[in-house]
Design a protein around this ligand. Structure first.
Ligand SMILES: [Fe+2]
Length: 555
């Protein structure tokens, strides 16, 4: 047997070697706390975490594809230098030979496109049903919503719609800190973000239609509820809902609850699992490149103390942006975030709801859980074997402990094979299928910046009496910032280096190899099943297709 649990080592010398190896690793991977001194990161990035030349070559080739579009970008830049405003939404396609999503340019302001992005966009985990257990939040006056509902929904009445799970909300209360502390960039240009609550109705065709948006949390005369009847003010309100979703997507769902949760898991894996521990061998292919990605100056300050350039695109000032990430971590719960728990707690199980993230996600979740269970059963003969494995117990402790990885809700120790398998499956799902959904649609949706800006650069409507023309709407996005944002998302999302299910089989024991082969076969079957589903869906959804899911958080 090549791969051994610590208790399976046969002699004192190998036991000592194993311990000394881990002590060296613990010296190399020490904890520091960033983002309002809250989120655990590796203090100094070890060289072995920096990808080899193949990775950078792929990144370079990726950028080369933008070259044919450079003359067009130059013309836009000259116009920007001459102070000419953007004239139409087509001007926001900065790379005409590699456009983000041509179909979106002419229809991104439609209500149904807004509704679709809740279920196939970059942040499909905010939507929740309004039910008797989870009614509308009190800060949104229900009588007013009933009135709006009666006006814009012919199909059914409000009470029936609630019992049938046809009323949904998005609530961006988490962004209060950004709203209170907006950023300023480019010589003092002010950034804007609000904390909207959006109400959506589920149509008979399964598509969500927004019917009401309150831009701030507290109800009041100066905080009206905008509806589809409000013309350009409605379009502006939807833009502010998109700004909020764009901030929530990166600062809460993506950077914090994927990239930095994985950082703590990787730290623990390097520090506590010997290289031939069967779970180290299994997890290693999922843990590559992430620490290096997380240590770029996207949000972190550089050596001179300057905030990361990408972070500046977000609507709060630096302290508020990083505090928002910190809050996203302290309010996170690893167990509650497991795919089925998340679907259940948001009550988004109505089968009539067109929700491919949910429907394809359950295939991937079940396949990965089954794979993890089979693998754990090969490695551990009993629950006692799990309890006795001091390395995996130290791994769990490292991830959750306050003086270590600080991931809330991570099991402090494992008492059974089932508990361990569930957690390992959850980790693999998080860095493969879930990250695929949250990361790789960025060029498609926020990449076309007017659709989902990370800040607005003009104030939100100041009430129902406000005037706003088409030029007013264009002012939300200055050209230079939009071009920068589009370039960044292009680079990040057009770049993959591996696929789910890729494992170096030589490093596994024969029984484990069989488990991997079965998993690969199951992934192939799921890919076919999703292809089949997509051929008859109103809009195809590819991000859960194993054919394009990367094997980890590699970018
Ligand atoms: Fe990512």
């Amino acid at each position: 047997m090549m791969n051994k649990l610590p208790q399976q080592e046969e002699n004192r010398r190998t036991v000592e070697n194993r311990k000394n190896y881990l002590l060296r690793r613990q010296a190399q991977y020490q904890y520091a706390y960033e983002y309002a001194n809250t989120i655990a990161v590796v203090r100094k990035l070890p060289c072995r975490e920096i990808p080899g030349p193949g990775y950078w070559l792929r990144g370079g080739i990726n950028l080369l594809q933008l070259i044919p579009s450079l003359p067009s970008l130059l013309v836009t830049y000259m116009r920007y230098l001459l102070g000419k405003p953007m004239e139409s939404y087509h001007d926001y396609i900065f790379y005409p030979f590699s456009p983000p999503n041509p179909a979106l340019v002419d229809n991104f302001q439609q209500d149904l496109i807004f509704g679709l992005q809740r279920v196939i966009g970059v942040n499909p985990v905010v939507l929740r049903a309004v039910t008797s257990q989870h009614p509308l939040p009190q800060k949104l006056p229900e009588s007013e919503i009933q009135r709006v509902f009666a006006k814009y929904v012919d199909e059914t009445d409000y009470a029936t719609a609630i019992t049938q799970k046809r009323v949904y909300i998005l609530d961006y209360a988490d962004l209060e800190i950004l709203q209170r502390n907006p950023g300023q960039i480019d010589g003092g240009r002010k950034q804007y973000v609000t904390t909207p609550i959006v109400v959506l109705f589920l149509q008979a065709d399964g598509i969500l239609r927004p019917i009401a948006i309150q831009l701030y949390q507290d109800a009041g005369l100066d905080n009206p509820i905008y509806t589809p009847n409000d013309g350009n003010l409605w379009l502006a309100a939807k833009t502010f809902a998109q700004v909020a979703d764009g901030n929530h997507h990166i600062l809460v769902t993506h950077a914090t609850r994927i990239h930095y949760v994985m950082e703590a898991i990787i730290m623990a894996s390097r520090r506590q699992l010997y290289k031939s521990h069967p779970l180290c061998v299994l997890l290693n292919p999922h843990l590559r490149h992430t620490l290096n990605v997380n240590h770029q100056h996207t949000f972190l300050r550089d050596r001179k103390g300057r905030p990361g350039r990408y972070g500046e695109l977000f609507a709060g000032d630096y302290d508020a942006t990083t505090q928002c990430m910190a809050n996203g971590m302290t309010s996170f719960d690893f167990r509650a975030s497991a795919f089925p728990n998340d679907i259940a707690s948001r009550e988004v199980d109505n089968p009539d709801l067109f929700y491919p993230y949910r429907d394809d996600g359950v295939l991937l979740w079940n396949a990965i859980q089954h794979f993890a269970t089979e693998y754990i059963d090969v490695c551990y003969q009993s629950d006692g074997d799990v309890a006795e494995d001091c390395e995996i117990q130290a791994w769990a402790h490292d991830i959750g402990a306050q003086d270590r990885g600080r991931i809330p809700g991570f099991p402090a120790r494992f008492a059974s094979r089932q508990e361990l398998a569930e957690t390992i499956g959850h980790v693999i799902f998080l860095c493969t299928a879930f990250h695929s959904c949250i990361h790789f649609n960025q060029y498609k949706y926020p990449g076309f910046v007017p659709n989902m800006p990370h800040s607005a650069y003009a104030p939100p409507p100041a009430g129902k009496g406000a005037e706003m023309d088409a030029d007013g709407l264009l002012k939300f996005q200055p050209a230079f910032r939009a071009a920068y944002s589009q370039t960044w998302t292009y680079f990040q999302t057009n770049f993959t280096v591996n696929r789910i299910g890729q494992y170096p089989l030589r490093q596994f024991d024969p029984a484990a190899r069989d488990v991997i082969e079965r998993f690969r076969k199951q992934l192939q079957e799921i890919a076919g099943q999703i292809d089949q589903r997509n051929s008859s869906r109103p809009v195809p959804y590819g991000r859960m297709n194993p054919r394009i899911i990367p094997n980890g958080v590699t970018v």
